[in-house]
Design a binder for this molecule. Structure first.
Ligand code: SF4
Ligand code: SF4
Length: 85
């Protein structure tokens, strides 16, 4: 039977940030390339026992998806929220 993969999600103003810790190798590319310094290291460990990432400031995320695009291991999925105003 397939084991469900763990995903950690954070609902922000403009997007839902999802990270799959089993794919994250803690390279830091996403934190480096985020234009608004939204991401920080988290206590959750990833593929090699290194820290994964989580949003530090949820309102600063502009849903640009750069973090998801630069991640070499496809560990991040950004779901853009529809604007209501
Ligand atoms: S979607 Fe853009 S602003 Fe939001 S965390 Fe990723 S890189 Fe940063
Ligand atoms: S770019 Fe991907 S693998 Fe590297 S720290 Fe960010 S989520 Fe983890």
């Amino acid at each position: 039977m397939l084991k469900e993969m763990e995903v950690i999600s954070a609902s922000m103003e403009r997007a839902v940030f999802n990270i799959f810790p089993a794919y994250c190798k803690g390279c830091g590319l996403c934190t480096e390339k985020c234009p608004n310094n939204t991401l920080k290291w988290s206590d959750k460990l990833g593929a090699y026992g290194t820290p994964t990432v989580i949003p530090r400031d949820e309102d600063s995320c502009i849903a640009c998806m750069i973090c998801a695009m630069v991640c070499p291991d496809c560990a991040i999925v950004i779901e853009r929220k529809k604007r209501t105003k």
